[in-house]
Ligand binder design. Sequence first.
Ligand code: ADP
Length: 441
Amino acid sequence: MSDIWQRSSNILLMVFATSIIWMIFGTVKALVFFNLALLWTVFHHIRHLVMLERWLQLSDHTPASIPAGSGVWDDVFAHLARYVRQHSQSQELLSLALKRMQSVTSAMPDGIVILDESDRIEWCNPIAEQHLGIDLLMDAGQQITYLVRQMPFVEYLAARQYSNPLILKQTRMQNLIISLQLVPYGFNQKLLISRDITRFEKIETMRRDFIANVSHELRTPLTVIGGFLETLSSSENLNPEFTQRALVLMTEQTTRMQHLIEDLLILSRLENEQNKVKEKKVDVVRLLHGILQDAESINAGCHHIKLNITSQDQLLGSEEELRSAFGNLISNAIRYTPDDGEICINWEKRNGQGLFFVQDSGIGIEPEHIPRLTERFYRVDSSRSRETGGTGLGLAIVKHVLNRHDAHLEVTSEVGKGSRFAILFPSKRLISEDGINAESK
Ligand code: ADP
């Protein structure tokens, strides 16, 4: 109520002054004065309305640009300035929150695309650009199905059943397998979340292949043993020669399964990250003499095996694992080299590194197989591998041992001439005769 009296004070003053003039100077002068005062009041309001209109037409509504008013307009403009200030503050807070939201989503490992009610792209983070081959600057406002054209995705979007993610194997980005999940929100809007699952899919494929391979490896010996056991148990008066042969073959198959299980256990121990390398000084020279003795006793003079040692350096690592790696390479050289062939085992120091290699004059390997030799169960010639007692896991074991010893394998080979499997150990793993680490020399 007091506001109304305050705002009307000018008019009241005008009426009061008019009454005084009327009493002193008469009606005509009072009317003239009243009209002039009324005119001045109307002009005052029109002037401020024009100022307000001009300000409203400005493109930038800052509190500083608000005109200064007088009378009641002073309060109106002051209120307007406060409102504009509050509005720009909340706008600033909003754009800050938006920027923070964008930087958070940009840092996310998943891709995020915001789709409007007609499935057009409103915004996406850089990961989504990578996953889906989108360029936000060019593609904003485009229908998502123009860019992700695969039929399964188009159907997934149309089905509006978003509880399960969709796996896309052939994306615009080569060799990328992504999982896509649509999440509806707001008014018919959607979030499209993409995740790179290439690694998981590869691991899953490896797991499936591994189980299939192990099952396949075990099935053959089990079929042989099962067949013989059935014959032995169902037939009376069996030929002793047949029985003897069956027993020999069953023993062979059992040994094959034993080797496979042993190699699988070695691999699983090597792959277990909890199982750290038991680092000790390994006397390579003594170790190689031991392996050679074992190899020669199995080989029974069928090959000419030479041991060439030019370094007395020891290695820092696990003797058991190194024996397994060196042993596998030597046994492969024997198994893939025809009788009378030459096998040379070397241990030397080259350019500060420890170099171990096995060179054979065997069957050799075609170049396209070399990059895949260390894969589990990869064989160039499956029948030769099995005939000679191979499990297909030897070089996979070698690879794991070398990884655990910071070493790497180099394979060179020529079909019909032979192969060379070399291991290079870094200087930090070498301990020279005087017991000093080669790297710290
Ligand atoms: P396997 O038990 O079959 O020998 P490995 O993992 O030890 O399994 O070797 C994988 C494959 O690499 C072998 O099947 C064989 O085809 C090839 N290979 C390995 N060493 C040699 C070699 N010295 N000469 C020729 N081929 C080899």
